[in-house]
Design a binder for this molecule. Sequence first.
Ligand SMILES: *Cc1c(COP(=O)(O)O)cnc(C)c1O
Length: 469
Amino acid sequence: MSKIQDKMFLEIRNKDIFNQAQQYAFDYIENVFERNVFPTQEALNNLSIFDEELPVDSTNAKSVIEQLNKYGSPATTATLGGKYFGFVCGSAVPVGLAAKNLGTYWDQAPAMNVLSPIGSKLESVVEKWLIDLFNLPKQSSAGFVSGTSTANLCGLAAARYRILERNNWDINKNGLRNAPQIRIVTGKQSHSTVLKAIGILGLGTESIEWVDVDNQGRIITELIPELDENTILILQAGNVNSGAFDDFEKICERAKKTNTWVHIDGAFGLWAEAVNDLKYLTKGINNATSWAVDGHKTLNTPYDCGIILCSDQEAMTSALHMSGSYIVESTERDGMFYTPEMSRRARIIELWSIMKYLGKNGIDEMILTMHQRAKQFAEEIGKIRGFYVENDIVFNQVIVRCDNDKITEQVLNNIQMLRECWLGGSMWYGKKVMRVSICSWATTKNDITKSVKSFEKALELEITNANNV
Ligand SMILES: *Cc1c(COP(=O)(O)O)cnc(C)c1O
């Protein structure tokens, strides 16, 4: 045995580093709900400890874990807690963390059934659960990818395959050169990852037929141009700023008549379909063709967990096809036919655990609570002079601004500096705004009230500073 093998077998036998890491993890989750949401300046400065050359000799494993904990842990953002409102993030349901921990030791890659029977089984089961939960056509398939960026790419790749195939053009063989034209229609507030996918797929953002949106960011149904079967229409369930939903019922019905491929970017919003009081928002999505959604946002799975669902299985697997003499196809599910990757981690373990744990009612309750906290936030902040809520609170997003751009920007800086909660900024119809996304199972009424107080403090600081100038 080589020296490095000796060393590693010893680490497996005595389990010291595993126990050590476990203890650090427990200390972390115990404090993450109370600590400063953004790392302190000291923690950020200390990150310079990682700037070193690759060690020449093998290091002590214990010291590796120690360094990671001592300098890494304080430099995390507390996205797991209840007062992180940045981007659209989501916490992690505890059972998902525990399952991920176990799955870490399994280290499975569900590319093929023979490579991971358990991974393949869980993917088949969750595929059915999702189709049922979102009320999608029974024949739909699911691919388990890293996030909605990739899910959008897969959905649009399937659309590209199908539209060209209808025109007797095999994209896999012939490429895009001299290919028949594909039309792309989408709203002016489509997510940047949709545009990225259009770029990667060689469809070109210049070819997009943009449709105007209303004051909530919804595509204006009446302005959608004539559709046909050479068109991909991209809709949105959950505008990244306002949380607004396109009018799927009217639009998808119309698209169905013209055999138009409808792709829905539902990164966080598709989950409205799983909530009795909110499913009016997603009415009609079952008439679309592909749907992209995240686990790691609204459902609160750990990162990275995205899903592409598609009712045209042949288009999806043809678009993401792969072959090789050593590929072992089985009668069970081979996950790689539904994703761009061959090897990937078995993220399905966490997704399955969380869905099994919550059940339909648990999912409903968890997401409805996020919506209620968003309404609470809007109500409490709206009562404070100098803050204005800019959107209708239909889901989990709240857009807030102050009297002018300069004050909004300064107040946002102050909130971030206070570190009691965290959120980012955006532009909304020409004005600087603050974006509050309530996306964590852990956000309590008290967290909202405390965070609103932090907003108030930040505004007072700005007023004091302005008076002192
Ligand atoms: C977050 C988000 C994406 C991108 O999803 P990732 O999981 O970050 O890749 C796409 N569309 C919308 C509407 C989003 O909110």
